[in-house]
Design a binder for this molecule. Structure first.
Ligand code: S3P
Length: 170
């Protein structure tokens, strides 16, 4: 059943992992962070996968493991990586099989959250310039919107407020 599988989508720094984990705890669902799942399965960090095999290979792994998680589990919350919506096949899968929560907000807020933290270093795309990252956000926003079952603006809200808001609609 579609409602038994929740996915969380949004840009880097929007809080997908924090919110997904909290949401899963509230619902007593299993929680998976797709990036962490890929790292565990491949025995390599996302950063090293990008560096050694390139982004295209990472995207192949991302699509493969997203499908695996969705097919294998019920009562699950999956926090995805910010680029999951790049491929149409992923958008279709997310839309058809999961209740999709899009964490919307301001680019500046997302970037400030990652600035100066080790989280920034883990993300290969954070080495792009500010303008390029902003353009990436602008080009991806309609794709997050396209898959969203529910869109939540996360600016100046606590994780608990965000999760309460999600649960009100769920
Ligand atoms: C990416 C976002 C990252 C990670 C990878 C690529 C992207 O996940 O999947 O570095 O393309 O936006 P987060 O959104 O959790 O940072």
């Amino acid at each position: 059943m579609k409602r038994d599988k929740i996915s969380v989508v949004g840009f880097m720094g929007s809080g997908k992992t924090t919110i997904g984990l909290l949401l899963a705890n509230f619902l007593n669902y299993f929680f998976y962070d797709l990036d962490e799942y890929i790292e565990k399965k491949e025995g390599k960090s996302i950063k090293d996968i990008f560096a050694d095999y390139g982004e295209e290979h990472f995207r192949n792994l991302e699509s493969f493991y997203l499908k695996e998680l969705i097919e294998k589990h019920n009562k699950i919350v999956i926090s995805t990586g910010g680029g999951i919506i790049k491929r149409e096949i992923n958008r279709k899968l997310l839309k058809e099989k999961t209740f999709v929560v899009f964490l919307d907000g301001s680019f500046e807020v997302f970037m400030n959250r990652l600035e100066g933290t080790e989280e920034k270093d883990k993300r290969p795309l954070m080495s792009l310039g500010k303008d390029e990252l902003y353009n990436l956000w602008i080009s991806r926003k309609p794709l997050y919107e396209e898959v969203a079952t529910l869109k939540i603006n996360v600016d100046s809200k606590t994780p608990y407020q965000i999760v309460r808001e999600i649960l009100d609609f769920y």
